[in-house]
Design a protein around this ligand. Sequence first.
Ligand code: ZN
Length: 82
Amino acid sequence: MVPRPENKSAPAGAPGPAPGPQAPAPMASLESGIVVSEEELGSVKAQRLYKMRCECGRSWFELELPKIVECPACKKLGLVSA
Ligand SMILES: [Zn+2]
């Protein structure tokens, strides 16, 4: 299961008690975890892109950081510096 993103805020309508000295911490976090899973969360995939920029002004993206790359515009090989 994913880490609980909504751990801090108590969900509205949940029967859980307000956070206080009596509230059992593990129970409360478990409840909010269940609530989160009921709210149909989509899945988001993060993808890293490296933006290349050639001397000629052309910029494009690469999925991996190459050491040497050929510019799609001027076809010049360039040394990539981050
Ligand atoms: Zn270029």
